[in-house]
Structure formats: C-alpha cells, structure tokens
Write a protein that binds this ligand. Structure first.
Ligand code: HEM
Length: 199
C-alpha cells in the first residue's frame, strides 16, 4: 500500500531535487499515517456499533448501594450479592452518549477523546476494571493488520445482482459473542499491485 501511495505521489510531484524528494517523502509518510488513523476510527466504530461481546463477564455486588437516575429522577436499591450484567452493546448505542447511534459513522471519532480501553464508560467493548480484557491490544492489532491486508490487497465487489441494501447488518448471539446473522458474501479480486504477487 505504501508503494502504491508513493508511486501516485511521485507521478504528481516528479521530484528532481533533494528538497523535492524530502517533500515527496513527507507526503508519502503523511498519507500512510492518514490511512492508519482512518482505519483506527473504522475499527472503533465497528466495536461501538457491533460490540463483539454484548454482555460483559457477570459481576456480583459486594455491598448495598443506591443508584440515582438523574434523567427519570428514580432511585434504585441494589442489594449485596446482586448479579450484574453490563450491557456493553447497549452502552455503545446509547443516544445519550452517541448522536445517531444506529448509523455507522467512523468520523464521529475524529475529534473525540473516547477510547475503548476501559477508561471511558461510553464505550466498553473490552470491558473495564479488574476483569478488563487482557488481550485488548492484541485483539485491536490483529483487527488492524487483517483489515489493512484485506483492503490493500483486494478490490471488493458485491456478487452479481446484489445491491448494497441487501447486505444485512443484523447480529445474533452465539454463546457470549455476537456475529453476523447472515454470512458476508463478497467477491475479492486481486488489486494487481506488488503486495499480491506470489513471493
Ligand atoms: C477484538 C478482540 C477482543 C474483544 C472484543 C474482547 C473482549 C473481551 C471482553 C468484553 C471481556 C470481558 C471483560 C469484562 O467483563 O470486563 C474479555 C475478557 C477476556 N479476554 Fe478478551 N477480547 C478480545 C481479544 C482477546 C484476546 C486476543 C485475548 C487473549 C490473547 C483475550 C483474552 C481475554 C481473557 C483471558 C479474558 C478474561 C479476563 C478475566 O476474566 O479476568 N481477549 N474480552
């Protein structure tokens, strides 16, 4: 992918002096950086809207406490040894935290400080607290690496006769994880750049 961007930039700027080369190099580096920043936003938005583990590991309260819901002015008594199921899926789609929560809109993370590593309670795909997912970083890196390869090495098309509206986004629970209700069926064509050539 970096090579493709570099080739495109070279064509436009055709550097001839050292200054031109340095300028071209900075443009290439910036383009690659932008690609990864956009990819991070896409993964965050996918984790928000399609939280892979909708209900976190069940918790049990150690003491009695009260919850005061400001919006409805109601109070709830939570007794000791109550089993708590945190709905991470619902948290990611809460209209109080997210504008148009059912819309897939990665740009919402452009100027947003909300991270998904357990510090911000508006987004908890990896849970939080003592039982937070210890593999969160590995999970994100694997998702980034896989997505970058799929996007950079293939051109993607819909199967013949299929429209974008036909791609359902409904989820279903299978054990603790949620996945697509209908399998995703797309046609992958090799993009023809050097990254898909056999070694
Ligand atoms: C995108 C990928 C992943 C997602 C969305 C994910 C999500 C989660 C969630 C929501 C929890 C429950 C946290 C809580 O209740 O507060 C959890 C727990 C856990 N995850 Fe992950 N995880 C991912 C990848 C991984 C990987 C790659 C590993 C290991 C290499 C891993 C190992 C664990 C373990 C061991 C726990 C249990 C922690 C405990 O109970 O103390 N996860 N994960």
């Amino acid at each position: 992918m970096a090579m493709e961007i570099a080739e495109a930039v070279m064509e436009v700027f055709s550097p001839s002096s050292v200054t031109d080369w340095l300028f071209t190099l900075s443009v290439v580096l910036l383009s690659v950086l932008c690609f990864f920043l956009v990819q991070k936003m896409v993964i965050k938005e996918a984790m928000r809207k399609h939280t892979p583990i909708p209900l976190l590991i069940p918790r049990e309260t150690m003491d009695y406490f009260k919850i005061h819901d400001k919006s409805s002015s109601r109070e709830y008594d939570i007794y000791r040894e109550t089993r708590i199921l945190v709905n991470a899926w619902g948290i990611g789609r809460d209209p109080k935290s997210w504008k148009d929560p059912d819309v897939f809109y990665p740009e919402r993370f452009e100027d947003c400080e909300i991270e998904f590593y357990g510090k911000h309670f508006e987004l908890l795909p990896f849970g939080g607290g003592k039982r937070i997912c210890p593999g969160a970083n590995m999970g994100v890196i694997t998702a980034e690496f896989t997505l970058a390869n799929l996007v950079c090495c293939f051109d993607w098309e819909l199967p013949c006769g299929m429209k974008i509206e036909d791609l359902g986004l409904e989820e279903e629970l299978g054990g603790i994880t949620a996945s697509r209700k209908t399998p995703l069926c797309l046609v992958a064509r090799r993009c023809g750049c050097s990254c898909t050539e056999p070694m």
